[in-house]
Write a protein that binds this ligand. Structure first.
Ligand SMILES: Cc1cc2nc3c(=O)[nH]c(=O)nc-3n(C[C@H](O)[C@H](O)[C@H](O)COP(=O)(O)OP(=O)(O)OC[C@H]3O[C@@H](n4cnc5c(N)ncnc54)[C@H](O)[C@@H]3O)c2cc1C
Length: 475
């Protein structure tokens, strides 16, 4: 007979969202069961954020050696030991892994079951030969690389984010299908590590971002030698002795591109297969599990968080969701609602591209012509000049009353510069407040402050102000 485990909360998936729910719940004294069929830590630790940023860091280090000439230091073409780079990436993962480990969670009192979980009814999950009955359930099963339905793609070796970080020899020519954040980051990292790289994108590179900011990244990638084909369709993929051939079509003309390796980074598929969602009465679509603002599913005992909840697919959103669910599942008399108006995201290429709230185009569409777009270029920032990284800008968008509704920053460390603007957007703060803060000199953060400061320019130099000054000068 199978055991029945009684719990307050049963969490399926031990990635960014599930681990945060489990840790928070355990600390509040709830009985938690955590079910994980793969590696503890999920995508972010094992196949996503962590290895991609570690690989990019190695690429940036190599690129700095090539570009050292601008500092008066002899530039060199670095010798890259790809196996050692692989070990560096592995080492970073291994260093973080104990934080997400089964041992750590068991130490907190969480019961961890290493098996696939599946709903067998509205109030029960089966996993590893055990049955779990809980007061509340949280589905945090994440997403996986979607493989586009391209003729021949099933017949060639395809890399995804789950396999690319295992490579310990350098790909001669990496073809990347998909020019979103993952494709762009992987393209730059591999190019900087000495591979030939070709990106194939159906629409435009970083197409979900501000086009002007995306163009700064595009120009950098092109300058580093990444070949980018945008507005193309892929006709087919075939294998061969040298690796893989991808046939693309643009404006009626076809071209065959030969590479040694093929990476697919063309969107994500939510992990809902085999979860028994229908048995539990949980509504879902190919985009994800349907949730309300409290992240409850159509089965009121079940919540969904992170990538599987069908919205923004970021680690910080999964963690944010976890906090909302903890309040709703364990402190239900005080309901919490998720608000996605001020979700930031960053593409960690060099230059980085960071966004929060509305882009100027979105603001115009939503709020009309009265919006203000305030800018400052990195080329006029003394720190960026000293670092010899002048590419990029900050663009702050306000409504007609000067309340901050969005910020786009592209340039050196843009990801580190976006946080004050997350606060400004979430609090609908008047942009003048940022213009008035004292920013340390010389820092890149002055870029945002200077952009905010341009809010006053039309007012300071208006005819009305001039009249007041002329009047005051009479005394
Ligand atoms: C290459 C790459 C780079 C990325 N970089 C960033 C970044 O820089 N910043 C950022 O914020 N986000 C980044 N992301 C996105 C980020 O990784 C995800 O948004 C985040 O991991 C989602 O967390 P999650 O908890 O929803 O799912 P996951 O972390 O994917 O965890 C889901 C877990 O559920 C398990 N599971 C699935 N089905 C079952 C089942 N039936 N039973 C038991 N267990 C199950 C899986 O094995 C997995 O461990 C990146 C993603 C990729 C692919």
């Amino acid at each position: 007979m199978t055991d029945i485990i009684e719990a307050d909360l049963c969490v399926i998936g031990a990635g960014s969202g599930g681990l945060t729910v489990a840790a928070g719940g355990a600390q509040m004294g709830a009985r938690i069961v955590l079910v994980e069929k793969g590696k503890m830590g999920g995508d972010c630790l094992n196949y996503g954020c962590v290895p991609s940023k570690a690989l990019l860091a190695a690429g940036h280090a190599a690129q700095a050696m090539r570009e050292a000439g601008r500092f008066g230091i002899s530039p060199v073409e670095p010798e890259i030991d790809f196996a050692a780079v692989h070990d560096h990436v592995r080492g970073v993962i291994d260093g973080i892994a104990p934080t997400d480990s089964q041992e750590r969670f068991e130490g907190m009192g969480v019961q961890v079951i290493r098996a696939a979980g599946r709903f067998t009814g509205p109030r029960e999950v089966a996993a590893g030969g055990q049955r779990i009955r809980a007061r509340r359930f949280v589905v945090a099963t994440g997403s996986t690389a979607a493989i586009p339905p391209v003729p021949g793609i099933g017949d060639v070796p395809v890399l995804t984010n789950e396999t690319i970080f295992d490579l310990d020899t350098r790909p001669e020519h990496l073809i990347v299908i998909g020019g979103g954040p993952i494709g762009a980051e992987m393209a730059q990292a591999h190019r900087q590590l000495g591979c030939r790289v070709t990106v194939l994108e159906m629409f435009s590179l970083l197409g979900r971002d501000d086009p002007e900011a995306a163009d700064v990244v595009r120009r950098r990638l092109l300058a580093e030698g990444v070949a980018i084909h945008e507005g193309i369709s892929i006709q087919g993929v075939s294998g061969g002795a040298g690796g893989v051939t991808v046939t693309i079509e643009r404006d009626g003309a076809t071209e065959a591109i030969e590479g040694s390796h093929l990476l697919v980074a063309a969107g994500r598929k939510v992990n809902i297969e085999g979860l028994g969602l229908d048995e539990a009465g949980i509504e879902h679509s190919p985009k994800g599990i349907v949730v309300d603002a409290r992240l409850r599913t159509s089965n009121r005992r079940v919540f969904a968080v992170g990538d599987v909840a069908g919205g923004y697919q970021f680690t910080h959103v999964a963690s944010y969701h976890a906090g909302i669910v903890l309040r709703n599942a364990l402190f239900w008399p005080i309901p919490a609602k998720a608000n996605h108006d001020a979700v930031p995201w960053v593409t960690y290429t060099d230059p980085e591209l960071a966004q929060v709230g509305l882009t100027d185009l979105q603001a115009k569409e939503k709020l009309g012509d009265g919006i203000n777009v305030l800018r400052w270029p990195l080329a006029e920032n003394d720190r960026a000049r000293a670092e010899r990284k002048p590419d990029g800008f900050a663009k702050i968008v306000t409504d007609r009353k000067g309340r901050t509704v969005g910020a786009t920053i592209v340039g050196l460390h843009a990801g580190e510069l976006i946080l004050p603007w997350v606060l400004a957007v979430s609090g609908k703060q008047k942009v003048g407040r940022m213009a008035g803060v004292i920013a340390p000199y010389p820092t890149l953060s002055e870029v945002g402050k200077r952009a905010a400061g341009t809010w006053y320019i039309p007012k300071l130099f208006s005819e009305r102000t001039r009249r007041i000054v002329r009047f005051l000068q009479k005394f």
